[in-house]
Design a protein around this ligand. Structure first.
Ligand code: SAM
Ligand code: SF4
Length: 328
């Protein structure tokens, strides 16, 4: 039975676990500073702690776990963690920057992973280097292709920022013509230090306008609790979707909880508060009441930090970690 209900009656069955706040990329919109300091290892959840905490969430009703970060696959024991979590009756998946997927294809298969989200914000090599401050476009692109060749369901996450990559939306749609790739355009979101401003947000409706100038498509049926509005261009192998967090938030059907790499539970990506699950576990305390209490205070929308028109958001009033410290 699922006991993970918040005060608005939303049932939570999806846990996103950040394995590390470390990353081999330095995406401008995610890492505030090239010389960022990462958490000391002693503060991170160890693999057996991740296993125990995940097991408690599964007993409480979680049926989907996504590993994220930082870059989850650069953690030295990523393989062990994937395999240990695969014993739970959950849909296990991950979000990765794709740089080392070539070392993990057989591990994904062994862990029963069917679908992988890979982040790629541009199809232009030079722009890739500007955005990520790393020179790995070819590696990532090849790895996405390998995943598709191996039969995985591949979703490509592209954060669309005005003046940076909004001109590439048609190129991404063109990619879906011959490849079974599922591109997800994400509206740019504000986090600590990421230079967000409203002008840089390229909204859901602007995206649809650009796409409909060139392509015909139909709206697909949304999955329950979906964050993405999905579309299928006529006669294309793949699909596209838009994650409209800023212009049309989807908090009403939210089923997600997060665990940061240092073992803090966040009831929302934008929540100010955190519950210290790891310290409680290390003290031998029961973590179930802590999880329940954290969920009980979940705000109705967007962590209670902003509402209404995103164009009126005052970022100086938002209190949160940077995206890389939360785990996207
Ligand atoms: N390193 C992995 C990756 O890049 O896929 C996993 C972690 S990353 C933080 C997870 C997702 O968050 C990525 O798809 C990334 O594009 C997205 N993301 C990071 N900062 C964002 C922002 N400011 N607005 C919207 N999406 C963001
Ligand atoms: Fe690393 Fe992913 Fe953040 Fe880019 S978006 S810096 S790849 S964690």
């Amino acid at each position: 039975m699922n006991t993970l209900k918040d005060s608005f009656g939303r049932v939570h069955d999806y846990l996103r676990i950040s394995l590390t706040d470390v990353c081999n990329f330095r995406c401008q919109y995610c890492i505030p500073d090239e010389n960022v300091r990462f958490m000391p290892l002693s503060r991170l959840m160890m693999s057996d702690e991740i296993d125990v905490i995940a097991g408690v969430f599964v007993k409480m009703g979680v049926n989907k776990i996504r590993l994220t970060g930082g870059e989850p696959l650069i953690r030295k024991d990523a393989k062990d963690i994937l395999l240990s979590l695969s014993k739970y009756p959950v849909e296990l998946t991950l979000t990765t920057n794709g740089s080392v997927i070539n070392e993990f294809i057989s591990v994904f298969k062994e862990a029963g992973i069917k679908s992988v989200n890979v982040s790629l914000d541009t199809l232009n090599e030079k722009k890739f280097t500007e955005i990520t401050r790393r020179n790995d476009f070819d590696k990532v692109f090849k790895n996405i292709q390998s995943l598709m060749d191996e039969g995985f369901h591949v979703k490509v996450n592209a954060v669309i920022m005005r003046g940076v990559n909004d001109d590439e939306i048609p190129d991404f749609i063109e990619w879906t013509k011959t490849q079974p790739v599922h591109v997800r355009f994400i509206e740019f979101m504000p986090f600590a230090g990421n230079q967000w401003n409203t002008e840089k947000v390229f909204s859901y409706h602007e995206m649809l306008d650009v796409i409909s100038d060139k392509y015909g498509f139909i709206r697909m049926k949304d999955d329950a609790n979906a964050t993405a509005k999905k579309f299928k261009p006529y006669n294309h192998e793949g699909t596209f979707a838009v994650i409209s967090t800023m212009s049309e938030p989807f908090c009403g059907s939210c089923n997600r909880m997060r665990l940061t790499a240092d073992g803090k539970m966040k009831n929302c990506l934008f929540s100010k508060g955190e519950a210290d699950i790891l310290t409680a576990l290390r003290r031998g305390e029961d973590i179930i009441p802590i999880i329940e209490q954290c969920l009980a205070v979940k705000a109705e929308a967007l962590g209670g930090q902003f509402e209404g028109d995103y164009q009126k958001i005052d970022t100086s009033k938002i209190s949160n970690r940077s995206m890389i410290e939360i785990g996207g």
